[in-house]
Design a protein around this ligand. Sequence first.
Ligand code: GAL
Length: 324
Amino acid sequence: MIKLFLSLTLLAGWCAVAAAQPQTIVPGGVWPDDRGQHVQAHGGGIIKLGDTWYWFGEDRGQANQRGIRYVGCYSSTDLVHWKFRHQVVQADDPAQLGRGWILERPKVYYNAPAKKYVMYTHIDDGRYKVASVAIFTCDTVDGDYKYLKYFRPLGQQSRDIGQFIDDDGTAYLIFEDRPNGFHIARLAADYLDVEKEMCLIPMHMEGGAVFHLNGLYYVIGSHLTGWNANPNLYATAAALTGPWSEFRDIAPPEVNTYGSQSTLALKVEGTQATNVIFMGDIWKPRTQWDSRYLWMPLHIDGATISLPPPANWTLDVKTGVVGQ
Ligand code: GAL
């Protein structure tokens, strides 16, 4: 009874805070969900449906069972207060890759014609030799996603993946191909395959993120240093097919992207301003459940962008205005 009362009080408090504007984001902090638990959506992706954002990512919760791989799903209408929806994937090695198999960087797309949610993930064996993507699908955004298949996109190796949905709704997968570089490829009409290469950037970059703003495409990625942070880079192009500019540092190289690695660039368009949020992971390889998130609005000046030093900031998703 007391527990129920406490839970209701906590929930009421959470809802009251959620109703106030604008909302504060604390880069690098513990990010409690509606249950008071740190959000488990590492290496994540986000889609917006109506006025709600859904955040999917690796759920590395401490209570999870060994051998099973989990994807967490959360929803929010202000990008700050996240409601835990479900562990939408609880997979027990569906591709039979053996002990230590890997499922990382889940990204969900909504295929409107088929009314299906299609999730791409990096799938691998424990030695990262399979280098493939897996697809899981579901009829609802936060239901139990069912494993469909795994494959190498365009027949190439694929480890870190990223998600990009253009303003016209076209869905792309970004993937790191160790021998060749960094691909941006369009999904097939039903999203169940990777169909067309837009470009292959001959750079070795992970944590791929793309956004489109004022007629320019921006691509962001990290170097290949495993869980350790490195100076993330960006380039621009007038079309996804390129040509791409030289790559430049997103922040002073010595700060190593403030200890984070890119995973997504989320455009927030409000009535007064449009901002792009750099979403990065601050990995803690030995205590993955405690890995943090570094979300900051990018400074954008034409073809030049920079990631400002992390500091608490506010976002009003209605107006799109960010503040301190
Ligand atoms: C990183 C990658 C992560 C994970 C890690 C394993 O480079 O971005 O998603 O695969 O390596 O060492």
